[in-house]
Design a protein around this ligand. Structure first.
Ligand code: FES
Length: 125
């Protein structure tokens, strides 16, 4: 039911953990199932230099979170904001339709972290 890539990212998730002194933190909950995720970002010159996550969710949530961290590092904030849940699912070789809602956590979490970063920057100015 899951692609090899999903199983790989589920079994060996990349970039798990917390970034100390993160520039932005996103915390989102999935209204469909109640699962949660935190995502932490480091930003330099408008580029994401580090992205880490902690997901309290199912296997598909772990796999999509892991994949989005790999996709986001090295991108500008604008490019990262353009990553959709479908992009993540595609990169993983597809997700079962009933698990598509799980990929919202990763995409929404990354957006929330970027928003948090931008809010903090505005406060500093
Ligand atoms: Fe909750 Fe997948 S079932 S994120």
């Amino acid at each position: 039911m899951y692609s090899e890539k999903v199983m790989d990212h589920f079994s060996n998730p990349r970039n798990v953990g917390e970034i100390e002194n993160a520039d932005g933190v996103g915390e989102v909950g999935n209204p469909t199932c109640g699962d949660m995720m935190n995502i932490y970002i480091k930003v330099e010159d408008n580029i994401l230099t580090d992205v880490k996550f902690k997901t309290f969710g199912c296997g598909a949530a772990i796999a999509t979170s892991s994949m989005i961290t790999e996709m986001a590092v090295g991108k500008t904030l604008e490019e990262a904001l353009d990553i959709t849940r479908n992009d993540v699912a595609e990169e993983l070789g597809g997700l079962p339709q009933v698990k598509m809602h799980c990929s919202n956590l990763a995409a929404d979490g990354l957006r929330a972290a970027i928003e948090d970063y931008r809010n903090k920057q505005n406060i500093k100015k």
